[in-house]
Design a protein around this ligand. Sequence first.
Ligand code: SAM
Length: 232
Amino acid sequence: MTTDVSPRKRILFGRRRGKPLRKGQQVLIDEALPKLTVPISNGEIDLSALFKKEMADYWLEIGFGSGEHLSWQAEHNPEIGFIGCEPFLNGVATLLGKLTKSGVDNVRIHNDAAEILLDKLPAGSISRGFLLFPDPWPKTSHHKRRFVSSLNIERLAHVLKDGAELRIGTDHTGYGEWILWHFLNSEQFDWQAETAEDWRVRPADWPPTRYEQKALAKGLRPVYYRFRRRPR
Ligand SMILES: C[S@@+](CC[C@H](N)C(=O)[O-])C[C@H]1O[C@@H](n2cnc3c(N)ncnc32)[C@H](O)[C@@H]1O
């Protein structure tokens, strides 16, 4: 991987913690999280070693929030190994609660910035990616904090398999335009849309997230982009 994250360069701008965890949530963080955490070391991550059985493919969700989309996908795709990235501990605790309730065992967690994980994943190891409602950072002076950037598109292109789909949703018009501009100008991705329906209507196998539901309740019209990793 050609990109490099200097340990001194700030890559995370959102919150790591919110209100104090309830007792049960703290137990999940102390006992369940260590068993599901993706180990980060100097070398590349061996995805097959993370799961108890052989997985058909590996999918990645970046910024899963409270995990409603990730847990839905994991339940509906038991043959897939999922990696979820979320630096916000309260969100991780909520996801752990859902996983414990449903009993699924095909999700592993990176409780930190996705960039750190992306730089450790093998080339072409991920068959589908999700970036759902990333923080829009609406102020112009904050645009450099947006997850979608040329550098992160390089990172995503590195880890995604040829032909892999990357799904990105946003309810923020300015960020929607920004995302499209960056991907249309990238040499590694094609936008999958052929008609307006393709990006205005959420596909049936893309359940709504909490953030999206709040946006819909405010009368906003999210966009649902699907990009395809071009063959190398
Ligand atoms: C607006 S919320 C959306 C959460 C969820 N996807 C949803 O739609 O409900 C954006 C999420 O991205 C997470 N996030 C921010 N920067 C991140 C990064 N560098 N890597 C991974 N997740 C990140 C935040 O902690 C937050 O939970």
